[in-house]
Design a protein around this ligand. Structure first.
Ligand SMILES: Cc1ncc(COP(=O)(O)O)c(C=O)c1O
Length: 415
């Protein structure tokens, strides 16, 4: 059977997530995944196991400590393999916002007065503020503005502002409002012609398929693990050549122990270990759908990514079509997913009701969602949307099913 004929077994998927059978959550259709996803039982089990039997200071020689340390290393190693990075290229921090502040502080050493930094107004603020703040050391901040007609970041605009003085380009892989997938490979190739370091924000992209960071060609890439079926942590990838040159932001005597020294402190041990459960879940997903056993972790991820995107396209396109067909609603971004050019993160506003009113109607109908600016307030301002009322956002991942989509469609039809 070719991959085109294999369909995601949605009942199998949902059986792995305890939230779907919990009294509090089981009556709800969950469409706030871009805020944070449910976790599979594998993650909960790894967390519990760690807390019960190895919750001691890791890396000593007694068994509880030894196993704790081994599992922490295993989790980092597994994630490196999943995104095609080296183990020493992975940093785990508390959140993407924290990771990017830590990174911007470390990258200060490459910036001298007059150097330029490009940020966008399509990004979440987490990938804007840390870079804008480098103005205080003399950097000139240039904004790559989205096209207000189609809401996209256009490469032709980037070409007008990038030059040999551009030291950093911070850009989202996928906007948490517009949903469009930006071509990071093309952007990185262009930026590297000018010696520019590219920081890709993958927070809204990674829940729909872990990327191959080498294929993307970015210098740094970050995503929030609590949106990719894990606990409240975030991953930062950095090219080893650059990481090696970053200053020690940890204790003085730890000099040279990158990437550990880039973060001012260590990761949350139990949550780090629970990440092993994410890979375990994806592995189970793989073996449930495919037969080939002798393939690498990354090849498995590639196949699962295909399966997931096909399913996401099937469930999201009817909603995109419905919203764009309604005269009183205004959809942000593309009205169809074609070839993974858009995430199933769907934002819209109404021309006769506030986003708060609409979100209230959805919630009254057991659709878990909200209205907000989702910290992409520059994007909302550019689109002339009140950041206080924000957009209504319906965000899906691979575990959303047809029944939830039908329920959602019926509510939207009556708005
Ligand atoms: C696109 C995007 N980037 C960055 C962030 C910030 O992530 P964190 O909450 O881990 O700081 C978010 C959070 O919603 C996001 O959606």
């Amino acid at each position: 059977m070719t991959i085109e004929n294999i369909k995601l077994d949605i009942n199998f998927v949902r059986s792995k997530f305890p939230a779907f059978s919990e009294p509090l959550s089981k009556e709800w259709s969950f469409f706030e995944n871009a805020g944070g996803s449910y976790v599979p039982k594998n993650v909960i089990d790894k967390l519990t196991e760690f807390m019960i039997s190895t919750k001691v200071q890791p890396y000593a020689d007694y068994p509880m400590s030894k196993i704790a340390g081994e599992n922490m290393d295993k989790a980092t190693n597994i994630f490196a393999k999943m995104i095609n990075a080296k183990e020493k290229e992975i940093l785990i921090g508390g959140s993407t916002s924290i990771n990017l502040y830590v990174l911007s502080n470390a990258l200060k050493k490459f910036i001298k007065p007059g150097d330029e930094i490009i940020v966008t107004n399509q990004d979440h603020e987490a990938n804007i503020s840390p870079w804008r703040k480098l103005e205080s050391i003399g950097a000139k901040i240039i904004e790559w503005k989205l096209n207000i007609e189609n809401h996209e970041l256009e490469i032709s605009e980037l070409k007008k502002i990038i030059n040999n003085k551009t030291k950093i380009l911070a850009v989202t892989h996928c906007s948490n409002i517009v949903g469009s997938v930006n071509n990071l490979k093309l952007i990185s190739n262009l930026a590297h012609e000018f010696g520019t370091i590219v920081i890709g924000d993958g927070v809204s992209y990674a829940p729909h398929g872990f990327p191959d960071v080498k294929e993307l060609g970015v210098d740094f890439y970050t995503f929030s693990l609590y949106k990719t079926y894990g606990p409240h942590l975030a991953l930062l990838y950095g090219k080893e050549d650059i990481l090696k040159q970053l200053p020690n932001q940890n204790h003085e005597f730890l000099e040279g122990e990158y990437p550990y020294t880039i973060n001012p402190g260590g990761p949350n041990h139990e949550e780090l270990v629970s990440l092993i459960g994410i890979e375990e879940y994806f592995n189970e997903l793989y073996h449930h759908h495919f037969n080939d056993k002798n393939i690498s972790t990354r090849e498995k991820i590639n196949k699962i990514n295909e399966l997931i995107s096909k399913h996401e396209e099937e469930i999201a396109n009817p909603i995109l079509e419905l919203i764009s067909s309604k005269n009183n609603l205004k959809l942000i971004g593309k009205n169809q997913i074609v070839n993974k050019n858009r995430a199933p993160t769907i934002s819209f506003v109404s021309n006769n009701r506030s986003s708060k009113e609409i979100s209230k109607i959805l919630v009254e109908n057991n659709i878990a969602t909200r209205n907000d600016n989702f910290y992409a307030w520059r994007c909302l301002k550019a689109l002339d949307i009140d950041p206080n009322d924000g957009v209504v956002r319906l965000s899906m991942v691979h575990y959303n099913n047809d029944m939830e989509i039908k329920k959602l469609s019926n509510v939207i039809k009556n708005i």
